[in-house]
Design a protein around this ligand. Sequence first.
Ligand SMILES: C[S@@+](CC[C@H](N)C(=O)[O-])C[C@H]1O[C@@H](n2cnc3c(N)ncnc32)[C@H](O)[C@@H]1O
Length: 284
Amino acid sequence: MVPVVLPMQQPVDQPSANPGYSHACYWDNRYSSKPTTFDWFFTYGAIGGVLCSCLPKDLPCLHVGCGNSTLQDGMSKDGFLSVTNVDISPVVIDQLRLHPTHGNAYDVVDCRDMQDKYSDGSFGGVLDKGTLDAVLCCKGGHADVVKYCKEVSRILAPRGIFLLISLGTPKARAKFLDAGMASWSIEVLLLPKPSGFYQTEAMITGRQPSRDPESRAGVDRKDAPVRMHGPFSMAEASGLIGEDPDVTAKFDPNDYFFAYVCRKQGSAKEKQPEQQQACQPEQA
Ligand SMILES: C[S@@+](CC[C@H](N)C(=O)[O-])C[C@H]1O[C@@H](n2cnc3c(N)ncnc32)[C@H](O)[C@@H]1O
């Protein structure tokens, strides 16, 4: 199966972009009609290195709005010991359960309210690729995203990491991350959009990539590892892409997706989730 990269249809900072994006029935229809692997923004081949360097492999991780992306298989192969993949769509979770991979669990969950599912501090990492963006597209999206970020903050252990891969710029995402999460340190990575994204975008809008051909050269193949820029602080990243009138922009925000590496504050003394053990091969 060949994974593909698809752009969201419109800038998803506009809540009206697709009112169906946070309804289970919209995604159920979509996953029923296309039950194949599909990736938004990047495949695991492109961003596996980012995941491995940012998320703890030996602590439980929650992958929110997993869809049928290549991330769950890639993380399993790269040694993540316990990943719970969740989605609002029962259809896609049933599809994933038919072919479970090592270290992965699957569950139907609405990220806006995970109280009944997960207790406080139960994960060392939370991963989101495109899910916060999708929730934001819907009516009431702003309030829903704040609820979601508060839930992420609650279920993460002290010093846990929320890795958010998004098309929203630092200015557009800071308001949710700040409102939903108390005392975080946030770093930003700029991830050049893959060429497949440009081809689709060019067909829809006629827009061609503008700057940074050096970074793009590395992602002409969908699976080639991204050559990211950063890490930057939120303020630095905002300046670099022209969101700060006092700083000369270096990068065109239209050429990038963004990874937000959000670390919850906390002391080493606070309770951590249980470390996962790698399975030992059975003795003959
Ligand atoms: C843009 S897709 C991204 C899918 C996958 N993460 C990827 O990168 O290919 C958004 C996903 O979020 C899921 N989703 C939407 N609203 C959700 C919610 N409130 N709670 C959990 N998952 C949700 C959808 O079913 C869909 O699979």
